[in-house]
Design a protein around this ligand. Sequence first.
Ligand code: HEC
Length: 128
Amino acid sequence: MSTSSSTAAERDFKREFLNIVFIVFGVLLICFLIFFVKHQEKNKFIIETLELNGSAEEGDALFKMNCVGCHGITARGLVGPDLHSITQRLNDKEIIKQVTGGLTPPMPSFEIDPVNMSNLLKYLHSLE
Ligand code: HEC
């Protein structure tokens, strides 16, 4: 009698344990999928941007509207660093991540479309 009740308890425990494993596995799977989709979106954005040949003038205008407050009117640096010859230190992909990522506060992340991002890149290249 006591043996059979202990196996029932064991079975309960196993079922409970399996449930938890399934839940944890499911949550991890969902996290992974979200991460994967986000990553794909970012990659798509970078590929689209790099396929374009932006305009330095448009990029200059965009820079004056969004970036001069921190990087200075001639991009010589203020709160943020001097951006002359930045394209020798960072590749285009890294610059895109810097602008859209928001990874280095106080610099915010910018919501920007590939055309404007490509214009900005062209402008930054013109600063060399
Ligand atoms: C609120 C202030 C602020 C604004 C606005 C801002 N930045 Fe920045 N930016 C910074 C700061 C501060 C850093 C340095 C971050 C760090 O490395 O810790 C930086 C770093 C950078 C870097 C990397 C520099 C390096 O030497 O690694 C690039 C490129 C850059 N910014 C481009 C831009 C562009 C393009 C814009 C406009 C679309 C912009 N930033 C707007 C503050 C700002």
